[in-house]
Design a protein around this ligand. Structure first.
Ligand code: ADP
Ligand code: ADP
Length: 227
């Protein structure tokens, strides 16, 4: 089954007199359980494509179909609900809340859904177990290394078992050894559980772990490399 599909996806920005084609006719088809990397140089359209796929921005033209559902046929509210139900996000800068400890950060998606405290904590501890940080459950983000913070953010992204996980340069702030550890953890988690994982990265070490590299240039797919 196709989990992430786009048809002639376009995003144009008007800058003064010029129209910038940030995403210029992208056709994607990502199957269930696939681990795909969107690569390309700075300015090639990676962030814009990810925002369109996540429904955070609307395309100028074309379609985004996630799990068989058309994002453009949903209103803002429906898109928000769809994101919360089906998508996990991992960011370069972790985006953890500083006033919360690890398990509280991990439990945020459950809190948004109104899950009672006891169950939230239990599920958060299970997710922390999966990223091997159960012994840091009471630590605040400032008391954790970059790699540990990223593992906390991974636990937060997977706590609801979303069908799709989007990651934006998840190893971008980490040194290469820590980045490799985070990649091995991610690969292992996704292989075991079969979520579809799309990562934006220009990190060659990271790309090696993926099933397919989709390289963008000037908003178009330049080439597709299968590992
Ligand atoms: P990447 O993530 O690969 O660095 P981006 O998607 O950020 O690329 O940008 C692709 C192109 O679109 C660039 O030329 C960028 O300047 C342009 N762009 C991105 N966002 C905007 C915006 N909000 N307004 C105008 N131009 C934009
Ligand atoms: P940057 O590209 O500057 O590194 P981020 O990767 O932190 O930015 O965020 C990418 C986009 O995702 C931003 O537009 C941000 O507003 C949005 N975003 C952040 N957190 C969430 C979330 N939990 N759910 C949906 N969208 C989010």
């Amino acid at each position: 089954m196709s989990v992430i599909k786009t048809n002639n996806l376009q995003k144009h920005y008007q800058v003064g007199e010029n129209s910038v084609h940030a995403v210029d006719g992208v056709d994607l088809n990502v199957r269930e359980g696939e681990f795909v990397c969107i690569s390309g140089r700075s300015g090639s359209g990676k962030s814009t494509l990810l925002s369109l796929l996540a429904g955070l921005e609307s395309p100028t033209d074309g379609e985004v179909v996630l799990l068989g559902e058309h994002l453009e046929q949903m209103n803002e509210r429906e898109r928000g609900r769809f994101r919360r139900e089906h998508i996990g996000f991992i960011f370069q800068a972790y985006n953890l809340l500083p006033q919360f400890n690890s398990w509280e950060n991990v439990a945020i998606p459950l809190e948004i859904r109104g899950v009672p405290l006891e169950e939230r904590k239990k599920k958060a501890m299970e997710a922390l177990e999966m990223v091997d940080l159960a012994d840091h459950a009471e630590h605040r983000p400032t008391e954790l290394s970059g790699g540990q913070q990223q593992r906390i953010s991974i636990a937060r992204a997977i706590i609801t078992r979303p069908g799709i996980v989007f990651a934006d340069e998840p190893t971008g702030n980490l040194d290469s050894r820590t980045g490799t550890e985070v990649m091995e953890l991610l690969t292992d988690l996704f292989r075991r559980w079969g979520a579809t994982f799309l990562v934006v990265s220009h990190d060659e070490d990271m790309i090696r772990y993926t099933d397919r590299e989709i390289r963008l240039k000037d908003g178009k797919i330049e080439k597709i490399l299968i590992s």
